[in-house]
Design a protein around this ligand. Sequence first.
Ligand code: HEC
Ligand code: HEC
Length: 335
Amino acid sequence: MRRVPFMLVFSILVSGCGEDNSRKADEAFVMTIPIGLDAGGQYIPQNNPMTVRKIELGRRLFFDARLSLDGTVACATCHNPSLGFADGRAFAIGIYGQEFKRGTPTLINRLFSREQFWDGRSKDLEDQVRNPIENELEMGNTVENMVRTLNQVEEYRIRFRDVFGGEISMENVAMAIAAFERTLVSGNSFYDQYKNGKTDALSESAKRGVALFESDRVNCIKCHLGPNFTDEKYHNNGTGMDKEEPDWGRYEVTKNDSDRGAFKTPTLRDMSRTAPYMHNGSLRTLREVVEYYNKGGIPNRYLSPHMIPLKLTNQEIEDLVNFMKSLSGTNELVF
Ligand code: HEC
Ligand code: HEC
């Protein structure tokens, strides 16, 4: 009998169970939506369904510093799971220790948002991924170089082929990371349990805080609306407007004067994990935030008409803070 070299048999076997015929289909992943979040409000683009192996790949990429030019900065460097997927800093620090002009927002509950960034300049999560990779203050890389680097890793070549049936590309990297990001949800907080009928889930103070938050007088829900506490719109609440050259936020995207100094209303979930607050990290505690709103924000020509002095008592300030602390929920890596 002629001896067939082992490698040949092996390669015949491998191509025999070839990618096309018997590649095991990637299983659909169905998110379990925690209490309090709006299962109907999910946004998943049709061309990027959530599947198990895609999400696994996205998670690897999210934690992989090889996406940056010098292999030192991963998405998770700034969006750190143990810091509520933020970084605890006023301004983000990227490659070579450079400071970015804005603070890092949490990544929880992106599943319920379309436009991304403080100024909404990305239309969805897929569109967002390329930005930090190419930004010279964040990961300092080029798409070409990132693809080349990832191509040197056999495991990635195999996984991309498995998930996308094709080569490593910016588009595929973005789809995998976005699918992973959509698994980061936070709900089932004490607040949600309270709203769900468990009346002793909140302290009396936090309960008064809920009522104030929703009241016509304090009216935080004018903007921090719905299950994720955001209207997904842009408002000028005065933050940073006392600077000589303010960050104009949304205006830089739309060039409408009415958008000057407007930033996207952020979610209020998990706030006790993501200090400091606002796009410039100018407020260090939730108490400072409420005190800031209490005085009606920083006056400026473009200030939202909803920003008015609130005349809160010290107890009412405490109550609002305790309510916001009750919004910390399940915030864990499912993958
Ligand atoms: C150097 C720190 C840093 C790194 C690295 C980084 N980010 Fe960010 N991220 C930020 C900052 C700062 C913002 C806000 C920027 C802005 O709005 O202009 C942000 C915003 C975002 C947003 C928008 C969130 C929202 O609520 O609008 C998403 C999504 C995101 N980053 C995902 C990623 C992914 C994915 C990676 C890796 C490919 C990554 N980030 C790498 C700092 C970082
Ligand atoms: C006019 C709309 C509006 C109203 C009313 C409003 N907010 Fe905000 N809120 C925003 C916007 C926009 C930001 C982000 C501003 C920025 O970073 O420049 C924000 C940021 C915050 C933050 C910081 C979140 C973070 O990720 O850094 C907290 C906390 C907060 N608001 C709580 C409240 C409370 C409590 C009230 C009621 C007293 C309130 N807001 C009323 C629009 C509003």
